[in-house]
Write a protein that binds this ligand. Structure first.
Ligand code: C2E
Ligand code: CA
Ligand code: CA
Length: 572
């Protein structure tokens, strides 16, 4: 719902000098004229003699209309059907409708269908008609004022805070109903915003909001916008969430199938005694668990997820202690220059490991995404960078040579206002050159908040840090975007090597990626290289640097020293 539509009718926000607009829907000429004559002094009047004409007028004047007076016996579209059409639509449903009828039977039907009041025929005295009209308008304007605080202004759905209140109310009224807590998320919404602009992104969210409104109108329940691109629905238990996902996806974007992908997480028939927010947080974790899947659109919260959550909670709880006790160990994986006759050691990537006293070695795949979500990554990365900086210094002192080390800089680190200062500190405190420290920034980080990230990375690059674009090819950058991004080396996503050397793949794609690097005049690094065949093929295609199990797994610093002693050295 647009802002003006929401503001409409709020006391103090309307033009007090103007009369409110009322639509009379009545096919009988005499009745219509009587009403018109009764109301004209106080209201601006529109008239329609048939339901379809009336609906068009309501849509056209939806933002300014204060009331509809609706005769139930109309030619063509029946009055009750028109009433239901109005109440089904999120924008129109705020307009109060008073039903005009001589048939007391239909009064109940009208009220159940959303009429705010009725006026019997033949009409009562003018003061009575006016009083009822005034009261309906006043009630609806007061309700609009409440809506304004309860609603998310972009989509017109409830906002999160009020939604939770209504969930509790819903449970009071439906104590025995099996009710599902549902979270809907738009996958990679930032890419839509980035590629098509914020106004288009907003339009997608509005369409999703309108569809969810229609769904809860049909099936029962309530809906809200949780935050940004995440929505919540509380509804009677359903079994087929896949078709719900399809329906909302179709409504979100008719113009290009596949552009919008909706993920749904469900906490089914949750125990009503359990905390409301918790039920939705569980549905959210279910939705998050399929964040990177291209095939699944629905995830149900289950014991497996519960265990994962417990594990994540444990890691979070243990983090500070682990940092203080130096349980995080930095491993180094060698990178080799392969274009010389024999491979030459050119540097290393620093990869963190967690030696947990009870859980054993915890893989970064388990805790890095968790720490990125919760912000702890900043502290951990600062620690890893300091460790790596000190290590470069030790190797310089011990071997008299410089082994450049690449450290990973997470997308979240890029938002840290002290990032540049911290990295400069690592260089200065250890008496290093800026070019000793390479920064690996994953390609998708560039597309997240590109303006800002480009600015930060350009600044770091100007200082002399060398920037490697990590996981190149896995993000969504278009080529014309890539040429604008600041980096010194491209690091091909491991997926390309896996695919190229799989039974159904071929190495043609690698040749194309090498051409891109050549076109951009930057060296290409291939990581995840496991066999001699892969290494030789990459060498033949012109790849400059190779990293992977073929040469070595990531190893502790002392073990890495054997590569320095035997592998020659030439900075990448
Ligand atoms: P990444 O930056 O893409 O790192 C490469 C990953 O591939 C590492 O996994 C490495 O051990 C693994 N790898 C290297 N060679 C091969 C190979 O030949 N075959 C296969 N299958 N894998 C290979 P690891 O160490 O488990 O790290 C996973 C991810 O965690 C990293 O992906 C990186 O995104 C993140 N990460 C690791 N350490 C840090 C860190 O200190 N800070 C941040 N922010 N992220 C880190
Ligand atoms: Ca990396
Ligand atoms: Ca990578």
């Amino acid at each position: 719902m647009t802002e003006p539509a929401m503001m409409k009718g709020i006391p103090g926000t309307r033009d007090e000098g103007r009369k409110r607009l009322v639509l009379i829907v009545e096919d009988d000429f005499v009745n219509r004229e009587i009403l018109k004559a009764n109301l004209e002094a106080e209201y601006e009047i529109l008239c329609a003699g048939a339901g379809d004409v009336a609906l068009k007028m309501i849509v056209e004047h939806s933002e300014t209309l204060s009331l509809v007076l609706l005769d139930l016996n109309l030619p063509g579209m029946k009055g009750l059907d028109l009433l239901r059409e109005i109440k089904k639509d999120m924008d129109l449903s705020r307009i109060p409708v008073i039903v005009l009828t001589s048939d007391t039977e239909s009064e109940v039907d009208s009220l159940l269908s959303g009429a705010s009041d009725f006026i019997p025929k033949p009409y009562p005295r003018q003061e009575i008609v006016l009083a009822r009209i005034r009261r309906s308008i006043e009630l609806s304007e007061n309700r609009d004022l409440i809506r304004w605080t309860e609603r998310d202004h972009l989509t017109g759905l409830y906002n999160r805070e009020y939604f939770y209140r209504y969930v509790d109310q819903y449970d009071t009224w439906h104590p025995d109903e099996g009710t599902d807590a549902v979270v809907l998320d738009v996958s990679r919404f930032h890419v839509i915003n980035e590629r098509f602009g914020k106004a288009y992104g907003d339009e997608i969210l509005r369409r999703i909001g309108a569809e969810l409104y229609a769904i809860v109108h049909e099936k029962g329940g309530i809906a809200c916008r949780r935050e940004a691109d995440t929505f919540q629905v509380y509804c009677p238990h359903m079994t087929d969430y896949a078709s719900l996902a399809e329906r909302v996806t179709a409504a979100a974007c008719q113009e290009a199938a596949g552009r919008v992908r909706i993920r749904i997480g469900v906490c089914t028939c949750a125990d009503k005694a359990s905390d409301t927010e918790r039920r939705f947080d569980r549905a959210k974790s279910a939705a998050d668990s399929i964040r990177n899947s291209y095939t699944e659109s629905v995830a149900i919260y289950n014991d497996d997820l519960r265990r994962k959550e417990m594990h994540a909670g444990r890691l979070m709880d243990d983090f500070q202690n682990a940092l203080a006790q130096k349980q995080f160990i930095v491993y180094y994986q060698p990178k080799y220059r392969v274009q010389s006759p024999e491979p030459v050691l050119g540097g290393a990537e620093a990869l963190v490991r967690w030696k947990h006293p009870e859980l054993g070695m915890v893989s970064p795949g388990d805790f890095i995404p968790l720490f990125e979500r919760t912000g702890l990554i900043r502290e951990l990365d600062n620690y890893v960078w300091r460790e790596a900086g000190a290590q470069i210094r030790r190797w310089k002192d011990q071997f008299g040579i410089s082994i450049p080390v690449s450290v990973n800089v997470s997308r979240i680190d890029m938002l840290d206002p002290e990032l540049t200062e911290t990295l400069c500190g690592v260089v200065k405190e250890n008496g290093l050159e800026f070019s000793d420290l390479h920064l690996e920034i994953t390609e998708s980080a560039y597309t997240e908040d590109s303006e800002r990230i480009i600015q930060v990375v350009s600044g770091l690059r100007k200082l002399g840090f060398r920037i490697e674009m990590d996981d190149f090819g896995s993000g969504y950058s278009s080529l014309n975007m890539i040429i604008k991004l600041p980096f010194d080396l491209l690091k091909l996503d491991m997926g390309f090597i896996r695919y190229a050397f799989s039974p159904e793949g071929d190495t043609g794609i690698l040749a194309i990626m090498m051409q891109i690097a050549r076109y951009l005049s930057v060296p290409m690094i291939a990581e995840g290289v496991e066999t001699e065949e892969q290494m030789l093929k990459l060498k033949e295609l012109g790849c400059d640097i190779v990293q992977g199990y073929y040469f070595s797994r990531p190893v502790p610093a002392e073990e890495f020293e054997k590569f320095i002693k035997t592998g020659g050295n030439e900075a990448c």
